[in-house]
Design a protein around this ligand. Structure first.
Ligand code: NAP
Length: 313
């Protein structure tokens, strides 16, 4: 029987690529010098697409693949997939929830500590030999700070649980109040930002949450407030973030994601109250392996007519 055609949009994990190669007829999209011609030539063979947080399946790609039956994403976020087009065409969509929650939440706490205690700057102080000429200046305590979370989903809740262990009072904003928590709910992001010291973005990226962190929110968070973004870059109006930080209207930022990754505003590079990470929230060997296994498990289940492991559409 002819192997099932799977299109991998960009390099993800070596393990996933090898397993896809072994089990399917694997096409590598990023290797194609002329993507349109490639799609036209192979559109009859491709029945599945595997994408991630940077390349998914937009309407143009979906329309170019008439035999497409499933999009299996190596990410929990679905913002790179045109879900409506998939629904219209009866294409299944799967993602990788839960397995990455702990790593992303761990990293959010790491960013809070790194920004407030200036961990990266302290490390630089030692490595550069600066310590021989003087102690590092005093920094700011993390324990007990008021943590506000936008989006109390899987990752948001995991951040809350961790921050509680640091005696941080927790509050949150999402579209609806959660009946099963005692955390303080605010019905607007500005109110949340006005009432916390550290604001964490942990919601899904949708048209409503694009630039949810705008000038008004940053001003409400204030010159001692810290913004942590471990969700998606476009949640934050980055130009406004740069001016808020440069002008001292915002106290600091810990960012794992950016509006135009991998491009990061260079104005941020010289700021010591900012910690910048290259979108590594789920980037551990353990989690990336579990994510790869979910992608493979969903594809195997689909083509064996079994229930999908993590179906979104
Ligand atoms: P989840 O369980 O589905 O939670 C998403 C949350 O977003 C929900 O609590 C939802 O709350 C909230 N939300 C959706 N629309 C909203 C809106 N208009 N306003 C406010 N909140 C809204 O997803 P998760 O597993 O926690 O993942 C969250 C996000 O983290 C993903 O979508 C992804 O973008 C990001 N992520 C980043 C990394 C990384 O490497 N940095 C890794 C994994 C995930 P309500 O429904 O109550 O409004």
């Amino acid at each position: 029987m002819e192997a099932i055609g799977v299109l991998l949009m960009c390099p993800v994990s070596n393990y996933l690529e090898q397993e896809l190669d072994r089990r399917f007829n694997l096409f590598r999209y990023w290797n194609q010098p002329r993507p349109r011609e490639f799609l036209a030539q192979n559109s009859d063979s491709i029945r599945a697409v595997v994408g991630n947080a940077s390349a998914g399946a937009d309407a143009e790609l979906i329309d170019a693949l008439p035999k497409l039956e499933i999009v299996s994403s190596f990410s929990v976020g679905l913002d790179k997939i045109d879900l409506n087009r998939c629904r219209e065409k009866g294409i299944r969509v799967t993602n990788t929830p839960d397995v990455l929650t702990d790593d992303v939440a761990d990293l959010a706490i790491g960013l809070m500590l790194a920004v407030l205690r200036r961990i990266c700057m302290c490390d630089k102080h030692v490595r550069s030999g600066g310590w021989k000429f003087g102690d590092f200046k005093l920094t700011t305590r993390f324990s007990g700070k008021r943590v506000g979370i936008i989006g109390l989903g899987r990752i948001g809740l995991a951040v809350a649980k961790r921050a509680e262990a640091f005696d941080c009072p927790i509050s949150y904003y999402s579209r609806s109040k959660k009946p099963d928590t005692n955390y303080q709910y605010y019905s607007t992001v500005v109110n949340l930002a006005s009432n916390c010291d550290i604001l964490v973005v942990a919601c899904a990226l949708t048209p409503e949450t694009t630039h949810v962190i705008n000038r008004e929110v940053m001003n409400a968070l204030g010159p001692k407030g810290v913004l942590i973004n471990i969700a998606r870059g476009p949640h934050v109006d980055e130009a406004e973030l740069v001016s808020a930080l440069v002008e001292g209207r915002l106290g600091g930022a810990g960012l794992d994601v950016f509006e135009k990754e991998p491009h990061v505003p260079e104005e941020l590079f010289g700021l010591e109250n900012v910690v910048l990470l290259p979108h590594v929230g789920s980037g551990t060997v353990e989690t990336r392996t579990a994510m790869a296994d979910l992608v493979l498990g969903n594809l195997e289940a689909y083509f064996a007519n079994k229930p999908l492991l993590t179906q979104v559409v």
